[in-house]
Design a binder for this molecule. Structure first.
Ligand SMILES: *Cc1c(COP(=O)(O)O)cnc(C)c1O
Length: 404
């Protein structure tokens, strides 16, 4: 076993060696521009791009013509949300999303609010879910788009997107989903799920960084997006710019591997995740699972260790790479807005750790992580007067603190 151990696959995944192998020729001899129509270099690049388009499309039961290459899920979300808002503004200006989206959905929505769009940010239940009824009630005759993620990046909770997709179809509203955390890991069928636009990212499914895709439905209905970038008219006019051929080839190969491996891999990863959970919950008291107990991505475990501060805890096992519920993306020590949206108190949010396993996680690594975490939690709790008081049966919520 090699240290440090990587358990932060929701932040990014390593590139699968088979993906790297597929990419290398396109970083060397096959350097052509896929838009060059007059010679072999261009044809060869274009052929590779089209093959990758098929590979990505077949993961989600789409047609290759419906795949637009982007630089990642952030850009895909921006094109989907801003592109639809601009293209359909004659039909309405209302968008429905939820408070626990990734910033790559929240921020484009907030940006649109400044230019006259109305955005409903639906609250979520204690597991981080929205219901079809909530979406139905929020719809008005001005609603043009519903954007709800498939699997949450912090807590793993899966949304009932099939039911929401059906509702959107019934009401003639477009449905976008950010599937960055589920593409290639959880079955997705854009037809059966009524999805009109879907974002995914290469580096979340064992492909390279800086490449992503946006699925844009072409039939029933034919969806159109105003471009965010102008120039050249590549990708059906939706995303100009010379294609990142090696990245695209890598994402195509990554998608193909995910499609082949998904049935066995998702079971294997879920079993390791459960082993991690059982190891922690079997040895520690006062710990809590964040997110939905069963409807969650197979690789994610988000746990709050009461009376222990997440950042200090992480330093206590510095050879296991995870992330904490505070300071997630910024330099601030704000507790995670996702956990707060579930109604998790500040103390529990500050004590949360996200473990995200992946294709290359082993049983040995899980057992090592359990031991390291349990030891670190126990050591920190030994130094915690609050934990000691709670152990003695004192109700901390009733304590009159002198400094009040
Ligand atoms: C990682 C992630 C993104 C951003 O993807 P990039 O390809 O890094 O831009 C967006 N949404 C979710 C849910 C993610 O996990």
């Amino acid at each position: 076993m090699r240290l440090p151990i990587y358990m932060d696959n929701n932040a990014t995944t390593p590139v699968d060696p088979r993906v790297l192998e597929a990419m290398l020729p396109y970083l060397q001899g096959r350097f052509g521009n896929a838009a060059s129509r007059s010679h072999r270099f261009g044809w060869e690049a274009e052929e590779a791009v089209e093959q990758a388009r098929e590979q990505v499309a077949s993961v989600i039961n789409a047609s290759s013509k419906e795949i637009v290459w982007t630089s990642g899920a952030t850009e895909s979300n921006n094109i989907a949300i801003k592109g639809v808002a601009a293209m359909y503004r004659d039909q309405g200006n209302h968008i429905i999303t939820q408070v626990t989206e990734h910033k790559a959905v929240i921020d484009p929505c907030k940006h649109l609010e400044q230019s006259g769009c109305q955005v409903t940010f639906l609250p979520v239940d204690k597991y981080g879910r929205v219901s079809v009824e909530q979406v139905r009630e929020a719809m008005t005759d001005k609603t043009i788009l519903v954007s709800l993620m498939h699997g949450n990046n912090e807590i793993g909770t899966l949304q009932p997107i099939r039911e929401i997709g059906a509702l959107c179809k019934e009401r003639g509203v477009l449905f976008h989903t950010d599937a960055s955390q589920t593409f290639g890991k959880v079955p997705i069928d854009v037809e059966a799920m009524g999805i009109d636009l879907l974002s995914c990212s290469g580096h979340k499914c064992y492909g390279p960084k800086g490449i992503g895709a946006l699925y844009v439905r072409r039939k029933r209905p034919r969806v159109r997006c105003e471009p965010v970038l102008h120039g050249g008219g590549h990708e059906r006019g939706m995303r100009s710019g010379t294609l990142n051929v090696p990245g695209i080839v890598g994402m195509g190969k990554a998608a193909e591997l995910c499609r082949e491996l998904m049935p066995t891999e998702s079971k294997k990863v879920a079993a390791l995740r459960d082993r991690l959970k059982d190891g922690l919950f079997g040895q520690l008291d006062e710990i809590f699972l964040n997110g939905h107990p069963t409807d969650r991505t197979p690789n994610n475990l988000n746990v709050s260790f009461l009376y222990v501060e997440g950042e200090s805890l992480m330093m206590g096992f510095d050879d296991v790479a995870v992330s904490s519920g505070s300071a997630c993306t910024s330099a601030s020590l704000e507790p995670s807005y996702v956990l707060k949206a579930l109604g998790v108190g500040d103390d529990l949010a500050h004590s949360s750790i996200r473990f995200s396993l992946g294709r290359f996680t082993t049983e040995e690594e899980v057992d090592y992580a359990v031991e390291r975490v349990v030891t670190a939690v126990r050591r920190l709790r030994e130094m915690s007067p609050l934990y000691e008081m709670a152990q003695e049966g004192i109700d901390l919520s009733k304590v009159q603190w002198a400094a009040h």
